[in-house]
Design a protein around this ligand. Sequence first.
Ligand code: WTA
Length: 657
Amino acid sequence: MEQLMQENRIFNPPSDFVKNAAVPGMDAYNALCAEAAKDYEGFWARLARENLYWKKPFTKVLDETNPPFYKWFEDGLTNASYNCLDRNLENGNAQKTAIIFEADDGKVTNVTYSDLHARVCQFANALRKMGIKSGDRVIIYMSMSIEGVVAMQACARIGATHSVVFGGFSAKSLQERIVDVGAIAVITADEQMRGGKALPLKVIVDEALALGDCEKVKNVIVYKRTGGNIAMTAGRDSWMHEVVAGEAKTCEPEWVSAEHPLFVLYTSGSTGKPKGVQHSTGGYLLWAILTMKWTFDIKPSDVFWCTADIGWVTGHSYITYGPLAVGCTEIVFEGVPTYPNAGRFWDTIQKHKATIFYTAPTAIRSLIKAASVDESVHPKKYDLSSLRLLGSVGEPINPEAWMWYYENIGSSRCPIADTFWQTETGGHMISPLPGATPMVPGSCTLPLPGIMAAIVDEAGHDVPNGSGGILVVKRPWPSMIRTIWGDNDRFVKAYFPEELGGTLYLAGDGAIRNKDTGYFTITGRIDDVLNVSGHRMGTMEIESCLVANPLVAEAAVVGRPDDMTGEAICAFVVLKGGRPTGDDAKKLAMELRNWVGKEIGPIAKPKDVRFGDNLPKTRSGKIMRRLLRVIAKGEEVTQDTSTLENPAILEQLKQAL
Ligand code: WTA
C-alpha cells in the first residue's frame, strides 16, 4: 500500500487518442462532472433520451420517495433487446459483423447484426410458445457461445428476467439459484469445451433438478455444442435447434417499464448465502452504453474484446449488452488463455485485429509468467499493432503488472482503463477515461461523470484526501442494484447500513485518495469477501460448505495474498475424529478440497487446508480470524493474544501445512 501511494509515474493519454476521443481531455471530463453536479436529474435525463430508444418516453427521471429503493425513468417503456439489435438494423449495421466467435479449437464463426436479430427473434418466439412470459425467471447455465448471448437477448426480448449461472458452478449451487429465483425454465448446453476438454453442463442441470424443490421448472432447452452423450427427459427437455426451427425471424418485443428487472445475477456476500443482485432495464442499459462510449471510447470501426464469461457481470455489461447496444463488432471467446498455449490471447488479438482488449489482472499475471519461461508465447512474437486501448477489471492491478501490460501489450501507446466496479453497480464506477485522464499505475483514478464516489470513516463522515476509509457512493445512479432478489431487508442492511446514516451506498471496499491528485486507489474488501483470480467468494459460504462435510467439526476460512491469483483461500479445519498428520493430513486436505469443488464449484477450492485440534477463540467462543490471517500469510503473530482462550493453538496451526 505504501508503495502504491508513493507511485509517481504518470502516463498522459497520447495526443492522437485525445483528438478523436469521446471525452477529449480533462476539460471535457470536468464539464460533464459539472453538468451532473449542477442538475443531477437533468444530466441523466439528457443522456437517457440521447442514448436509449423509448417506445414511450419517461416523464419522471428519479423517484426517491422510498429510499433506498430508487427508481429511474420508471414510466418510460423500452426493451433491451430492441436497443441492442433492431436499432442496428435501422442504423445501417444490418450486414456488419456483430460477433466474431472464436471457439476453443480456434474455429471462427461470424454473425451479422441481421443474423443475430433473426436468431434472437426465433428463440424468443420459441420461448413464448413454451408459455414463458414477461416477469418469469429463466436460468441460463451455458458457456461462452453465440447461443449464450442469444439466450440472454431472447429473454430480454420477451421481458423474462434471466439469471445466468457460471458454467463452473456445481449442481448444488445451480439448484440453490434455481430455487431462490423461482425459475420456470433452464437454458443450457449438452457440454462445454474448455482447453480441449469437453466438460458437462446438461448432466449437472439434471443433477441440480433432482436435488429437489425445482418443480416450477417446466422446460430445459439444450444447445447442442459437442454432441456428447446426454439424457433428455421427455416432456421437459428440448433441443434449441429444434425449437427454433420454423419460428419467425421477427418478434415483437415486450415493451417494459425501465424498472423492469432485466436480470438477477448471484454474487457472494459476507454472510452464507449468495445474493441475487437485481438489475433494471433502462438505467442498467443506459450505463452499459455510456461506459462503452466514455471508458472504452468505442468507435464504429472497433473490434472489441472482453475476455470475461457471460456468467459474471462483466460478461453481461461488456459482452451481451454494451457492445451490441453501441453497434460494434465484438469477439466472443470460448476458450482459456493457456490453450493450445499461453499465446492464445495475443494470437487471437492478431488474428481478428482486436482494437480494444479488456481482461483481468490475474490473466495478465499468469501470462507474464508464461512469457518469461517460454519465449515462443511472448507477446513480442505477435502483431498487436491493431490495439488502441486496454482495460483491466475485477481486482486491483499491481503496478508491475500494469507496466508490463502497458509496455508489452500496448507498446507504450495504448491507454489502460483500470475499471473499478461491482456486480451491484452494473457498470464502471471509477476509471480513467482514455482520452482524458492521466494514468497512474495501480490507481483507478477518478469517478465517471455522474458517479458521486467518496471515502468516509466508520460514522459516514468524509475523510480528507490521503487518509484511507470506506468507499461509498453518495447519490443513487441509474445502473445501481435495485434490490436483492426476494430480500429487501438484506438489501438495505448490506448496502445502506444505518451506521453510515442509511443514505450512502456501501461498496464493501476500502479506498484512499491521493493527497495531490485526488485519485482513488482501492485497498481491498472490508468485509468477509475474498477476491480470488477476480472471482468473488464469501468466506462464510466456504465455511458452511466445509462444516457440512460429515468429517468436519469446525472450520474458519480466510484469505492470504497470492502473487498469481491476488488472494488465495486458506481453510483452518477441526475434524470430528481428531487432528490428522503426515500423509493422512494430505489425503484429507485433498478430500475436503474436492468436497468444496463439488459443493460450490472448482473456483471455491481452498488452496491451503490446515488441521488443528481447535481454532483460536476468545473466551466468549468467537473465532479470531485476524490471527488466522496472520498465520495464513506465514507471518509471526505480534498482536495481543491475551483475550485468547487457547493461545497454544497458534503454534500448532502455524506448523500444520
Ligand atoms: C474488486 C467485478 C480494484 C472490488 C466487476 C469489488 C476491483 C469487487 C476492481 C467486485 C479494480 C473490481 N480495482 N478492485 N479495477 N474491479 N474490483 O462483483 O473488491 O465480481 O468490490 O464485479 O472486485 O467484484 P464483482
